[in-house]
Design a protein around this ligand. Sequence first.
Ligand SMILES: [Fe+2]
Ligand SMILES: [Fe+2]
Length: 456
Amino acid sequence: MEEAAKPGLSVEECVRRLKRYHYAIKRLHQIFTARITAEPLYELKMGFSLHAHLCAEHVTALRKRVSEMREPPLGLEAVPDPNLAAFFDEILSAPTTEELLLGLYEKAVPVLKAALERHLRDTNPLADQPTVRICRFALLELGDMLAFGAQSITALVDSPCRERLADWLSLLDDCLAATGGLDGTETPSGNSVQRRHSAKPYQYDRVPKRDHRFPDPYNMGVNAEVFLYDEQFPPEPKTLMMFYKRLREVDVPEMMASIITETQSKPWEYYRDMTRQLWDEARHAMMGEAGFANLGIDWPAKVMINYTWSLALNTQLKPIERHAVLYFIEQGLMPKTGKRFEWEVGVASHNPLAALFQDYDWADEVLHARIGRDWYLKDFKNPQEAVRYGDECWSRVLMNWENWRQQGLTQHRNWWPDLYREACLRWGIEPNPEVLAYSTTYQTVRADLKELTGSA
Ligand SMILES: [Fe+2]
Ligand SMILES: [Fe+2]
């Protein structure tokens, strides 16, 4: 009764604060997404993909709560305060990974967490229970994000580096002080803030980058699909090709991040759905990684994961054209030679992990098809036109297979026999000579098995 009788927050004050949390999480979503592509470290790419998704979900919940308490226009797209904008702009524009991590996980997420905890303390838990509920859910995942961030910072930021960045970190504190705290409950400092990294508008870097575990990123020397759909080959080695295909999907978040970042003025649900798919594709990559790890295979040494697809799409196509290619590829995954087939191979292979991963990969793809219908297809006269446009956009993409070799970017080394031999050792079997001899590349056959004419 004591709790239920406390003065709490008026609806007006509650909504005012909610809009600031909403703005903060929306900006975090933007930063996590925008920094996936050019971040070389694989774990950070994956972590940012997850955290972008979590933020997108909490933004959605906060928008809904505001809409329960107010009539439109809700003012959810308004910037609550220029100093709060400067705070997030600075982190978005952080020139190094170290600054980005400190800004995100030692400044932005902690102050957001503190603001939500304060909301729980300040509000009347009976009158404002629906807000209490979403704050508690958000706090749970903000806690996960902070744990990941703390581990990343321990691994990547030493004390000299932190000292070098002390000035900039206090600039972030100044931004918060000038806006009266993230939730605007304190008296603003009245000091003006000098932007540093964000003095010039942020430039998204659409060129994907990878770390040392991707030593041959132009290698297109092993055509996974031709092998997978060849009936003469048994299912066991096909699981290796499927793990390879999954892990190679690290290029989908790199590419989808570019669509999300460079597409403005869509309804919020577009960003939420696209970010869910982005995270799913990051999960698919990690399923491939787990598949290799489970077999005891050192994938960075044995499997050459390339980035040619995200690189080509991000640098050669406009955002809508990239979405068209994505849609075109994904609508081709539903028929016979697609996700069902991959799952059947997994089941037949007696590798339970391959079967499990393909089962969920297939389920995710059903969701992605729905997202494609909702956000890509409906801008076309009919589905045929949408598919034709996707096909046309993909056919325009130049994959310079031969050029890359001539420029010395790759030798398209056939790494397959090495990987297969290693897996046979783990399985305790003799290599099958035909499987071992497989040597089809992507020079003339694309991943959707389309024959390429010309040598572009
Ligand atoms: Fe996928
Ligand atoms: Fe997908």
